[in-house]
Design a protein around this ligand. Structure first.
Ligand code: MG
Ligand code: MG
Length: 251
């Protein structure tokens, strides 16, 4: 597990600011009729204009800048020409490489008015991310993070995906340790100042299972139920935690 200096964390804050500026731009662009390919093209242009490099493009062969995951797609959906429809929910995950350091964050957006279940799923997933972030401070244990996510989400009858997890991040997009969104508290490595973790609850409205499409990427719920995803990159600091890119992130 690689600890980062204050200067490195500042660079990662900059990388994450670009990510959140992209996600803010997408808030304005998400309307019925827009295609995920159009969102992707906006994101790539914005990132390159800011002096960054899209981190997901060509990562293990992934063909786009964004992952766009509609309705029952959990994560890793590939942008395409299908227009979004009123009532859809869309997870948008964005990664940026900037001055040698990675930023990574995700939000789930409503397309127009969505069902009360979809709204609740998004709210609960976002809340679980906030509760997880509150667990981050020196001396806490890694599994305290996942426990906070799981215990919140399951109160509402939703389920946490097991197959995909959060991760360390820095000079690589995925560093050790893995950060599961489930588990008992008080287990695993002790959190230390200088660790940077991408915390990313993936929450299904129904069963926790995952199936991957023939494209090798698109991960869906096995029961066809909705899924939501939010992510922040978070540094462990002396005083607690710093959410990277926070100055640009929506509340
Ligand atoms: Mg991500
Ligand atoms: Mg991530």
């Amino acid at each position: 597990m690689v600890l980062k200096t204050t200067g490195e964390i500042e660079l990662m804050d900059e990388a994450n600011r670009i990510v959140h500026q992209v996600l803010n731009g997408i808030t304005e662009l998400i309307v019925p009729g827009v295609t995920t390919a159009e969102l992707d093209s906006f994101a790539e242009d914005y990132i390159r204009g800011a002096g960054g490099v899209p981190a997901f493009l060509n990562y293990r062969g992934f063909p786009a800048t964004l992952c766009t995951s509609i309705n029952d797609v959990i994560v890793h959906g590939i942008p395409d020409q299908t227009p979004l429809e009123k009532g859809d929910i869309v997870g948008v995950d964005c990664g940026v490489l900037y001055k040698g350091y990675y930023g990574d964050a995700a939000r789930t957006y409503a397309v127009g008015e969505v069902s009360s279940q979809a709204k609740q799923l998004m709210d609960v997933t976002r809340e679980s991310l906030d509760l997880a972030i509150r667990e981050i401070e020196p001396g806490k244990r890694l599994s305290d993070i996942g426990h906070a996510v799981q215990s919140h989400v399951e109160k509402f009858g939703f389920s946490v995906v097991r197959e995909f997890v959060g991760h360390g991040i820095g000079v690589a997009l995925h560093e050790d340790p893995q950060v599961p969104n489930f588990g008992q508290p008080g287990r695993g490595p002790v959190l230390e100042t200088g660790m940077v973790l991408a915390i990313e609850p993936m929450v299904n409205a129904g069963e926790p299972g995952v199936k991957v499409d023939a494209d090798g990427w698109t991960a869906r719920t096995t029961d066809g139920a909705l899924s939501a995803h939010f992510e922040f990159s978070v540094a462990v600091t002396e005083n607690g935690q710093k959410v990277l890119g926070r100055s640009q992130a929506a509340a």
